[in-house]
Design a binder for this molecule. Structure first.
Ligand SMILES: NC(=O)c1ccc[n+]([C@@H]2O[C@H](COP(=O)([O-])OP(=O)(O)OC[C@H]3O[C@@H](n4cnc5c(N)ncnc54)[C@H](OP(=O)(O)O)[C@@H]3O)[C@@H](O)[C@H]2O)c1
Length: 181
């Protein structure tokens, strides 16, 4: 397989799948001020609200060639796919397209272990196993839960008698973590 030779000053191009989502959108905003080029892969290019300078590539998981086209020229891929019964098929298709397109490193947002038969944990383990077999550098991130979950639950917590103080604290903490500086 021939690989394009790029000058040393080449800015790395990072493709982000899931950049319209909770984790991916925060990552995209943070990376936008770094010396990198960003390509966002999305099924909804018209709905995507992204930082200035970000390239958008429309993808359709039912048309695999759109994945490979979107990933051509990317050095790295960050996969942050939403939880869904299609997640295993879609993420494996993304990984395979990235390898075929010459992406050099794939970072997958997974979920905490240990291995479990419960979904989405089992889905993540299947995807991790597939990624481990590919001829590409890979990084697996296994977060437990992000604090924005508390923000989403704040309304319910506030509605419960005696819990309003926790809800207020959760909102404050969430804003500190998710706002780019
Ligand atoms: N949030 C947490 O606290 C947390 C904690 C641990 C692990 N994780 C893992 O992190 C990953 C990302 O979580 P998230 O909360 O950031 O995801 P999310 O906001 O629910 O979704 C991220 C993006 O995935 C894309 N997507 C593509 N196909 C999809 C489909 N069939 N169904 C749903 N979304 C689809 C969508 O982008 P387009 O519409 O633009 O294509 C969507 O905006 C998940 O796999 C989750 O298990 C999350």
């Amino acid at each position: 397989m021939s690989k394009e030779i790029r000058p040393a000053s080449h800015k790395p191009r990072i493709a982000i799948a899931g950049a319209t989502g909770r984790v991916g959108s925060t990552l995209t905003i943070l990376l936008a001020s770094d010396p990198v080029d960003i390509t966002v892969l999305t099924r909804r290019p018209d709905a995507a609200q992204l930082p200035k300078g970000t390239s958008i590539a429309a993808i359709d998981f039912d048309q695999p060639h759109t994945l490979q086209n979107a990933l051509r020229g990317a050095d790295r891929l960050f996969v942050s796919h939403g939880t869904s019964p299609q997640q295993v098929t879609n993420e494996i298709a993304l990984i395979d397209a990235a390898v075929a397109a010459g992406v050099r490193q794939i970072v997958k947002l997974s979920a905490l272990g240990p291995a479990s038969r419960l979904n989405p944990f089992a889905w993540h383990m299947q995807i991790e196993a597939h990624l481990a077999q590919q001829p590409v550098a890979s990084t697996i991130l296994r977060p437990s839960a992000f604090v924005d979950i508390l923000k989403r639950a704040a309304g319910q917590i506030a509605a419960a008698p005696g819990r309003a103080r926790l809800a207020r604290g959760a909102r404050t903490l969430s804003i500190r973590v998710t706002s780019p500086t």
